[in-house]
Design a protein around this ligand. Structure first.
Ligand SMILES: Cc1cc2nc3c(=O)[nH]c(=O)nc-3n(C[C@H](O)[C@H](O)[C@H](O)COP(=O)(O)OP(=O)(O)OC[C@H]3O[C@@H](n4cnc5c(N)ncnc54)[C@H](O)[C@@H]3O)c2cc1C
Length: 292
């Protein structure tokens, strides 16, 4: 019997992952699954546990670099409608882990609920944003989070309340297998005022990202008291390259990939930047992007 029998309708073998990530690089997943319900996901996770296969969650792929060799085991994407809902209830918004962060922000703003608009311009999903406590200079997603329902690697489902959740700079305690749903407690404000604030934030976000190029952003975390972009510039690395990948001149914490680029080029450039910033400025940069 094939190892994933019974799941054929939601699983594809040797799925190229480049098409699911912002950088459009990297190899294939052994198996790629898009479950349609929590029960299906739980069944699949339990089967993988029996087989000893790794399972990984893919959101919008905006903070991920997939190695050229690809990814063993199963990559799951919560693309079905049952994982992408966004519901506003009084001053709360409840979102599926696979919902686009941008949709959650628009729904909240449209209902006159303030808090999440500070995140406008960040690509990806609600699950991805919670996993890494995504944010901007004016705020992160963590403080607005009231609870999160997660699936453990055993397939069991648990709801974590605010007092159990920990959020730090681009990090959270939500490192369980899958964030299925989250509830955000927001503050009432006039939709007009909020819309203006969101538009202002959108302009700031877009001005801090390269336009119209195949780019990957926020490669490094900002160390305490400095920005990674300023340090890369200070170290004289703007425009440096490895193979077909180069540091963006206008936004040095972004890499731009050209035709024929590989994930190895990105990894080499990350190493080059870390070594040069360390030796020239004495600062250790940590990558923000995750490597699979
Ligand atoms: C142009 C650009 C601008 C950006 N600007 C910012 C910014 O201003 N601030 C900022 O913080 N980041 C920024 N980022 C980085 C990125 O957009 C965020 O980290 C984003 O929240 C990642 O979400 P995602 O759904 O794409 O996650 P992915 O990249 O798909 O995954 C990232 C991690 O989250 C995990 N994950 C994803 N979904 C789930 C889930 N449902 N359950 C459990 N784990 C999950 C994955 O397993 C992986 O470990 C930017 C990226 C780009 C390309």
């Amino acid at each position: 019997m094939p190892p994933l029998s019974g799941f054929e309708h939601i699983v594809r073998a040797r799925e190229p992952l480049a098409q699911h990530t912002w950088f459009r690089l990297g190899g294939a997943a052994d198996y790629f699954a898009e479950p349609t319900s929590i029960d299906e996901l739980s069944g699949l996770v339990k089967r993988c546990a029996e087989l000893g296969w790794p399972v990984r969650l893919l959101g919008g792929g905006s903070n991920l670099l997939v190695r050229d060799e690809g990814v063993p085991g199963v990559v799951v994407r919560l693309s079905a409608g049952s994982f992408r809902h966004t519901t506003v209830r009084e001053s709360r918004i409840v979102c599926g882990g696979g919902a686009k962060l941008g949709h959650a922000i628009s729904a909240a703003v449209g209902q006159g609920l303030a808090g999440l608009e500070t995140l406008v311009g960040i690509p990806g999903t609600v699950g991805g944003a919670l996993h890494g406590n995504s944010g901007t200079e004016v705020g992160d997603i963590g403080p607005w989070t009231e609870s999160a329902t997660v699936m453990l690697r055993t397939g069991e489902i648990v709801t974590r309340q605010r007092d159990e959740l920990r959020f730090g700079y681009r990090a959270s305690s939500l490192d369980e297998l899958a964030i299925l749903e989250a509830s955000f407690q927001l503050e009432r404000e006039s939709p007009e005022v909020l819309t203006k604030r969101m538009q202002r934030q959108w302009i700031i976000a877009k001005a801090s990202q390269p336009a119209g190029e195949l780019s990957m952003g926020c490669i490094f975390k900002n160390p305490l008291g400095a920005t990674a972009a300023a340090l890369i510039e200070q170290a004289g690395l703007k425009g440096s390259r490895s193979g077909q990948v180069e540091i963006c001149g206008a936004h040095p914490n972004f890499f731009i990939s050209g035709t024929g680029a590989t994930s190895r080029d990105v990894l080499n450039l990350i190493e080059l930047v870390r070594n040069q910033v360390q030796s020239r400025l004495g600062v250790t940069l940590s990558p923000q992007i995750e490597v699979w």
